[in-house]
Design a protein around this ligand. Sequence first.
Ligand code: IPE
Ligand code: IPE
Ligand code: MG
Length: 246
Amino acid sequence: MSYKNQIQHNRIPRHVAIIMDGNGRWAKRQGLARMFGHRQGVETVHTITEAAAALGIEYLTLYAFSTENWNRPKEEVDALMSLLVDTIAKETPTLMKNNVRLSTIGDLSRLPAAAQQKFRACMEETNSNTGLNLVIALSYSARWEIIQATKNIALAVQQGAMLVEDINEELISSYMTTAQMPDPDLLIRTSGELRISNFLLWQLAYSELYFTDCLWPEFTEEEFYHAIVDYQHRERRFGKTSEQIR
Ligand code: IPE
Ligand code: IPE
Ligand code: MG
């Protein structure tokens, strides 16, 4: 039976986060330059966004470019930035068709002006869509985010807008870039790497983790459904005993 048919539609994760990894290795395997892998990876983004929207997932957060990725060779960074610009323009109609609302998390100010502008335009155009929230993590790292949140909280205390005693989990969450979003229920990482690579460290505290050897450019809808079916067979205990949550 296909994984699609095994999905329980009353238990769809609200928020799925994905570390889209393995573009370079996929290209290398075909004897191609790394950029071919990134271009093929965009096709996977298209497929998985449509699949997530159709399933009724509320939030899909995709790790597209990390703070650390700025340290890659300049040619690759430049090529990735122009790929971003082309992709946003090309994919906006798909987002409209699927009722998807686009947003971003990360330090967008580091992106070239053209990329910032394209993202702003797409966010505006998709702003009143009511289906899937597609969140692209760009120039994002969790430690960067935690530093920003800490500075802003410290500033609020310093200015007398809040007391040290007011600092709790809820308040810290509200200072994160994901303030309006539930924490991820499921984190998927492709390409066989078993690490978090500075993604959503605060928010992943109780997420279910799913790792697959599949490289991102070859990740299919069926692979995505497999991850969801796997998630649906987990018992999320949040520190309690199995008996308590039954
Ligand atoms: C993920 O693929 C995409 C980005 C980080 C931009 P990689 O480019 O990391 O591909 P590998 O891991 O080298 O195969
Ligand atoms: C993580 O992938 C970042 C993104 C997918 C955007 P990397 O390829 O940069 O991670 P490491 O270097 O293998 O940890
Ligand atoms: Mg990688």
